[in-house]
Write a protein that binds this ligand. Structure first.
Ligand SMILES: [Zn+2]
Length: 318
C-alpha cells in the first residue's frame, strides 16, 4: 500500500505544472467559453497544418445537436483497450473542466506518450472526451439546458437530448473509467478549517447502502489519488464531496454500468495563492490518467476514502 497522505510534490506534479501554460488552448476565463469556441479549438486539435508536429491524432465524432442546434461532440485519442471517458459541463455554467480537458488533449497531441515519460499510454488506453455536454446552458450560463431541465437529474427519464446522448455514448463505448466533471459553489469550504474547497471528489455510490464492488472500489482509489494530488499542490484545500445516493444522477448511472466513475468538482480559489485552479485540475487529471495507465491507484487503501475530509457549505452572503 502506498503511504497516505502524500505531501511532497511528486516529480510528475512539477512536470505537469510546467506543461499547463504551454499547452492550454483557452486563454480567457472558462466562463466565456461557448460551443463555437469549442468547435474552433477542436478543429485546431484535429488539424495538422504544415510545420506542426502531430504525433497523435484526435478523432472527432458528432454525437448530436442540442435543442437549439449546437453540436455535441466527442474527441478521442489513443487506440488502447482500456477506455477512459470524460464529460464536462453537463451543467452549462460549470466550465472549468472544459478548458482543462482541451489542454489535456492538446498536451497529448503535441507530446504523445512523452507526456507520460514515454510510457505507452496511447497504445494501452483510449481517451474519449465530451467537452461541453450542455452547450445551450453554456450559452445562457445556466445550470439547466434550453428546456430548463437539470441534465444531471435525467439519467432515468431521459427527457433531454443531452441526457440521451450521454446515456447512449456510455452504452456504446462501455468505458472502464468515467470522469464526471463539474464546478461546485466557489464559497464551499473544508469542514473544520474553513479553507476554500478547491477540489472535491466523489465515487458516486451504487445504492443507498454505498455497497462495494470491484469497480466502485477502483473509483474510490482514484478519488483518493485525485484528492492527494490536490493536497500536494495546495495543502488543506481538497475534500470529499458530500452527497447521498441519487438514482437519477448520471454519476450513479454510469457507476452502475460498471465503469469506475469519479465526480470531480472544481471549487473556488483562495486569494493570494500563486498558480491557479485550472492548473491544479489539469495536473490532477494528468495524474489520474497516468495512474490509470500504470495501475498505480490499485496500491491505494480504498478504506481511506471514507476518512477524507468533507466539504461544508457556507451560507451565501446577500
Ligand atoms: Zn454540476
Amino acid at each position: 500500500m502506498r503511504e497516505f497522505p502524500f505531501q511532497e510534490l511528486a516529480p510528475q506534479d512539477k512536470k505537469f505544472r510546467d506543461l499547463y501554460p504551454k499547452y492550454r488552448v483557452w486563454q480567457e476565463r472558462s466562463e466565456l467559453l461557448r460551443e463555437a469556441d469549442v468547435a474552433k479549438l477542436a478543429n485546431d486539435l484535429l488539424s495538422d497544418s504544415a510545420g506542426k508536429a502531430v504525433p497523435q491524432r484526435v478523432r472527432q465524432q458528432v454525437l448530436g445537436q442540442s435543442l437549439e442546434g449546437r453540436t455535441i461532440r466527442m474527441l478521442s485519442m489513443g487506440n488502447g483497450e482500456r477506455r477512459i471517458f470524460m464529460w464536462t459541463q453537463m451543467h452549462g455554467d460549470e466550465s472549468t473542466h472544459t478548458s482543462v480537458v482541451l489542454a489535456v488533449l492538446n498536451t497529448l497531441v503535441e507530446l504523445g506518450n512523452q507526456a507520460f515519460d514515454g510510457a505507452n499510454f496511447l497504445g494501452d488506453c483510449s481517451l474519449h472526451v465530451i467537452p461541453m455536454l450542455n452547450p445551450d446552458g453554456a450559452e445562457r450560463q445556466t445550470r439547466e439546458n434550453a428546456q430548463g431541465i437539470d441534465v444531471n437529474r435525467d439519467a432515468v427519464e431521459l427527457n433531454t437530448r443531452e441526457g440521451r446522448i450521454l446515456h447512449d455514448t456510455v452504452l456504446k463505448l462501455k468505458p472502464h473509467f468515467g470522469f464526471n466533471l463539474h464546478n461546485q459553489r466557489a464559497d464551499k469550504t473544508v469542514t473544520g478549517t474553513g479553507k476554500i474547497a478547491v477540489l472535491s471528489v466523489l465515487a458516486p455510490p451504487l445504492d443507498y447502502d454505498d455497497s462495494d464492488s470491484p469497480s466502485v472500489i477502483r473509483a474510490r482509489q482514484l478519488a483518493i489519488e485525485m484528492f492527494a494530488v490536490g493536497e500536494r499542490l495546495l495543502p488543506g484545500h481538497s475534500t470529499r464531496y458530500e452527497a447521498g445516493y441519487m438514482p437519477t444522477a448520471f454519476g450513479e448511472w454510469v457507476q452502475a454500468q460498471g465503469a469506475s466513475t469519479m465526480l470531480l468538482e472544481a471549487g473556488g480559489w483562495p486569494e493570494g495563492q500563486e498558480n491557479g485552479r485550472d492548473e491544479l485540475h489539469y495536473v490532477t487529471l494528468m495524474n489520474a490518467l497516468r495512474s490509470i495507465h500504470q495501475q498505480a491507484f490499485a496500491e491505494i487503501d480504498s478504506t481511506r476514502y471514507a476518512k477524507l475530509p468533507l466539504n461544508k457549505i457556507v451560507p451565501s452572503k446577500k
